[in-house]
Structures are given as structure tokens and as C-alpha cells.
Write a protein that binds this ligand. Sequence first.
Ligand code: AP5
Length: 215
Amino acid sequence: MKKNLVFLGPPGSGKGTQAVKLAQKLNIAHLSTGDILRNAVKEGTRLGKEAERYMKNGELVPDHLLIDLIESKVASSELNDGFILDGFPRTVPQAKNLKEMFDKNGVSLEAAILFQVADNEVVKRLSGRWFCPKCQATYNYPTNVPRREGVCDHDGAELQRRPDDEESVVRNRLEVYKKQTQPIEDFYREESVLTEIKAEGSPEEVFQALLREIG
Ligand code: AP5
């Protein structure tokens, strides 16, 4: 089974949902650059202060900040038993840098999984997304509702919405994805590691398709 993975796909394509399930099943690391950046914003670190103004408008945070962040993870032992990079790389320079880091550290990328979802489905999903600020669990109205309205099933915290899930920001994130991230698909196609998954079925159906693809 392939265990060194990159997850690609537009906002709301289900990368995070699938990464959590797969990381649990295979007991491998799940590294979400979006989660790392949101934590940095919450904690008011230098990275967070720098990143916040890009994130709230749905723009990408500058490459050098992300590359430094990932480089330290690749060099550590954190990824030794397998990993899912969720949300990185997001530009061709990030993808090229990642390849160099992997080569330097003797790591091989086994698959870049591309989750395919239409724009209108993205807008629908993200306008219904709520998350738990404590444990990061994600919910969705109407497809994955919490047992008690507005409250996390796991720890009872009050659910919140992400500021970048406002529709105008989502539309910009989709444009940014098409311009800056989609060219990575060709990069990974040429590396012979790209695998596409139609990600519009239920989360469980998508998960089964994912398991088939990684063997
Ligand atoms: P990030 O947090 O990575 O956002 P994103 O890629 O836009 O992805 P999302 O988290 O919105 O969606 P997802 O695909 O994970 O879907 P999810 O599973 O949550 O990044 C945020 C920002 O950080 C970026 O805009 C950028 O500013 C910055 N950033 C991050 N990485 C960067 C990088 N490398 N370089 C530069 N900047 C960077 O699902 C979404 C919703 O749909 C949920 O409610 C879920 O319950 C529901 N859902 C999931 N699957 C299904 C399904 N099959 N059917 C129905 N509903 C579903």
C-alpha cells in the first residue's frame, strides 16, 4: 500500500476529510498546511501575522514561508512511517522544492492524489462547513451534521465557521487554485505519480475509491 502521499484538489474537495480518515487507518502522519497556518494565526506567531492577510482574502501565503515550514518536517523523523501532505505543494515552485527536499532526504513520493469536484459543489460544501476550534473536527450541513445543533460531538465546544468560507472568498480561492495550483497536476503527471479521484460521492464512497487507488 502506498503511504507517502500528497493530496491535491480545489478548496472543499474533501482533502482534509479523507486525510483524517486515511491517516487514522494507516497510522501515518497527516500534515495540513492550512491547519498549521490557522494555528499560527490563532497563536499570533510571526508566521501567523504574516499569513493572516493572505488567508482572509483567499490568496496563497508566499512560497518561502511554506517551504521553510515543510523543509523542517521533511528533515525530521515525523514523516518516517508514511505521510499525507494535505495542501502542500500548492505552486510549481513548492512542488519543485519538495522534490529536492525528498531527494536530499532519501524520501520517495508514491502518489499525488487529485480530488476532482465541480465549482458549484465546492461553493455548496463550504457554505455548509462548520468546525470545532478545539479538536478541528469538521461538520457539514446537511451532509454531516453534529448530534447537537452547533456543538462538537467529541468535546462539546461551540462550532465555528472559517472566515475564508464566505462565498466571495471561496470564489477567489477557486480562481487562485486554477491559476496557481492546477499547473502542479502536469508536474506530477510527468513524474508518473498523479492519480485522479472523482470526489463527488459520499465521504465513504470517496474513501473506498481512495483505498483502491493506493492499493
Ligand atoms: P486549506 O485549509 O488547505 O484550504 P483548502 O485547500 O482551500 O481546503 P479546505 O480545507 O477548504 O477543503 P478540503 O479540500 O480540505 O475539504 P474538507 O475535507 O474540509 O488552506 C487555507 C489557506 O491557507 C489557503 O487559502 C492559503 O491562504 C493558505 N495555505 C495553505 N497551504 C498553503 C500553501 N501550501 N501555500 C500557500 N498558502 C497556503 O471538506 C469541506 C467541506 O465539505 C466539509 O464541511 C466536509 O464535511 C464536506 N465534505 C467533505 N467531503 C464531502 C463529500 N464527499 N460529500 C459531501 N460533503 C463533503
